[in-house]
Design a protein. Structure first.
Length: 282
């Protein structure tokens, strides 16, 4: 009898968990539904008090109109954002990863001082550095260029901090085995540490890519020319003090989040694997 009651309790608990997860999934997917629904509607359908699950006519032409709009170079903006996000992500992984490993493993008299200096830069608001950064980039002739948008973001103090803390807990036995084989720090980093840190690297890559893709203030300052616009600047043109183009805004927002969804789907296996194995391969 006790076994039957326990079985019923387990089934009830499982049903409740699935119900809670289903409700959570619906709430999570609700914004995506609204983006697609409103992006394929007319402005009258969006603002109408007579709400419908989907409008009677789906206006797929809104997608074509988005890329045909001569005032907003949407396709060029998407390409610019993709190039900037990919290059900055690779740069942060390489530069901040090497810096974090060097601070964690290579004996150096001033390693702690350098680390504390890097951490101290996190206390400086980003807005404070905009003016000197703009003056420097402008003096180099990088205004409205991809160089001006990419290079200042190739090193991130926060990523360096995370890498350093992670490498401090990395098993020394693996590195010592590589040292016995005559492998230097450079070879150990690329052959031993990186292959056994795929989950952590994927997590940092995801955070960096999303941050770079969603950046708005720095591109707004450094890219006044349309040829250097990012997708966030293009989105802002649909929402002004004079007019609000709701269908185009929702379509553009849907297009803008697709690369982030694709990247997360591509990297989620590595992220989960990194959590399960704590970054160490079996």
């Amino acid at each position: 009898m006790a076994v039957i009651q326990r079985s019923r309790t387990d089934k009830t608990g499982s049903v409740l968990r699935y119900v809670v997860l289903a409700i959570g999934a619906l709430l999570f997917l609700l914004p995506f539904y609204l983006l697609i629904r409103n992006g394929l509607s007319t402005e009258q359908d969006i603002t109408s008090p007579d709400w419908k699950l989907f409008p009677s006519t789906l206006h797929w032409s809104n997608v074509a109109d988005l890329f045909d709009d001569p005032a907003v170079p949407m396709f060029r903006s998407l390409v610019n954002s993709l190039v900037i996000a990919v290059v900055q992500t690779i740069g942060v992984l390489v530069i901040s990863g090497l810096a974090g490993y060097g601070l964690a493993r290579i004996p150096f008299r001033y390693a702690d001082a350098v680390f504390y200096f890097i951490v101290a830069t996190l206390l400086i608001p980003a807005a404070v550095t905009f003016v000197p950064s703009f003056v420097l980039v402008s003096s180099l002739g990088w205004v409205s260029t991809l160089r001006g948008l990419i290079i200042p973001g190739l090193f991130q103090a926060f990523a360096t901090f995370l890498f350093r803390q992670y490498f401090l807990n990395f098993p020394r036995e693996l590195e010592e085995a590589a040292a016995l084989d005559g492998t230097a720090y450079w070879g150990t980093f690329w052959r031993i540490v990186v292959p056994n840190s795929k989950g952590f690297v994927a997590a940092i890559a995801t955070i960096t890519f999303i941050g770079s893709w969603n950046a708005f203030l720095w591109p707004l300052v450094i890219a006044p020319d349309k040829s250097a616009w990012t997708v966030q600047l293009a989105l802002s043109t649909f929402l002004t003090a004079q007019t609000i183009n709701l269908p185009q805004l929702f379509v553009a927002a849907t297009v803008a989040i697709l690369p982030l969804v694709v990247m997360f789907v591509f990297l989620q296996r590595w992220i989960v694997e990194g959590v399960e194995r704590s970054g160490i391969s079996e």
